[in-house]
Design a binder for this molecule. Sequence first.
Ligand code: RTP
Ligand code: MG
Length: 142
Amino acid sequence: SASDNSGAERTLVLVKPDGVQRRLVGEVLARIERKGLSLAALQLRTIDAELAKRHYAEHEGKPFFGDLVEFITSGPLVVAVVQGPRAIAAFRQLAGGTDPVEKATPGTIRGDFGLETQYNLVHGSDSAESAAREIELWFGSK
Ligand code: RTP
Ligand code: MG
């Protein structure tokens, strides 16, 4: 199941367009691998607004939603399925809090490399339900 330590838990990770533009893809993937997590899928993609809006559907109507969709579609991003024991929480730990200065601490991806909430480098699924939905959305057959 998603709540045991079998090593089969999977999460959907993005290196957002700012991370790709800043040549931090290798840095992020290295941290994932050093943690002991595995890559189960990996692609470089540029997405349209339809996929962006579906990915971030929970934020529709919030003041930052338009800027978020514009930003996430602005250039190539890396999308990965990351696998391992407690992969969802483990990647959220690696990423750090949403605001790279006020919430993320040094030693995390956002804490080490980010300054602004919009440009916070990475995404990771926030629950087992989100991970299943997002993996199907990005990698499932239509
Ligand atoms: P993510 O979904 O990208 O992994 O980030 P998260 O869970 O840490 O944060 P979430 O609340 O889901 O917000 C999604 C993304 O929207 C942008 N955001 N901007 N300007 C703002 O107040 C604001 N709030 C959120 C960020 O890019 C955030 O990662
Ligand atoms: Mg989120």
